[in-house]
Design a protein around this ligand. Structure first.
Ligand code: PGA
Length: 251
């Protein structure tokens, strides 16, 4: 374990009505509302944010959103701004998730604008990066990550204590049950930390948190968390059930 406080984050994706989300949030608060060995965050769908926020209020569990738009307000039908997210109680926002990149065509430039807007609004962006199966097969993993991180954080001046979170999520491991091997995770996370050191200096590289995501389960979290440069996890499927997610939190 390193000195950084870990973050275990649950991405609920397009699951749970308001009733289901509040029920799960209540059970999570009961089971893990006072944890101190790690920070915990859940990201419900937009419709459930307000109700979940009220339930998390007296706990140590943070709330995040799954996406946002970069403009502060305006004629952008269907979009949500950073200030709307802080207003409803979000502390984090997931940006550039592979489902946004691949299903909704989000570009590195759009993602960079969102990251900047999130930081400007005092939200902590969780910037997701990761290679596809064919990119790994053709040995493009590091060049893809290089491009996604450099462009996602382009033009930013990062301050210690206000740095974004990076989530390494190999696309081939998301929702497939196929977790990356510890050696693969270790190699990528230390590559990412070196990249941050070159770009933003050693101090930021020492404090920035790099999460792993992709089929994280109670059975594999301990090994992942034992890796020097892994500072937590971004959990999809296994975060939907509070009992299973609590087992991950208690790695
Ligand atoms: P998974 O999803 O845990 O279901 O693989 C991870 C993610 O998409 O963040």
């Amino acid at each position: 374990m390193n000195q950084r406080t870990p973050l275990i984050a649950g991405n609920w994706k397009m699951y749970k009505t308001i009733g289901q989300a509040t029920d799960a949030a209540r059970r999570l608060v009961d089971a893990a509302g006072g944890v101190t060995h790690t920070e915990v965050m859940i990201a419900p769908a937009f419709t459930a944010l307000s109700a979940v926020s009220a339930i998390l209020a007296d706990s140590d569990i943070y709330m995040g959103a799954q996406n946002m738009f970069w403009a502060s307000e305006g004629a952008f039908t269907g979009e949500i701004s950073a200030s709307m997210l802080t207003d409803v109680g979000c502390r984090h926002v997931i940006i550039g998730h592979s489902e946004r990149r691949h299903l909704f065509g989000e570009s590195d430039d759009l993602i960079a604008q969102k990251v900047k807007a999130a930081l400007d609004a005092d939200l902590i962006p969780v910037l997701c990066v990761g290679e596809t199966d064919s990119e790994r097969e053709t040995k493009k993993t590091f060049s893809i990550l290089d491009k996604q991180v450099k462009s996602g954080l382009k033009g930013l001046i990062l301050e210690a204590g206000r740095e974004p979170v990076i989530a390494y999520e190999p696309v081939w491991a998301i929702g497939t049950g196929k977790t990356a091997q510890p050696g693969q995770v270790d190699e990528v996370h230390s590559y990412l930390r070196d990249l941050i050191a070159r770009q933003f200096g050693e101090a930021i590289a020492g404090t920035i948190r790099i999460l792993y995501g992709g089929s994280v389960k109670p059975e594999n979290i301990s090994v992942l968390m034992s890796l020097q440069d892994v500072d937590g996890a971004l959990v999809g499927g296994a975060s939907l059930d509070p009992e299973i997610f609590t087992r991950i939190i208690n790695f």
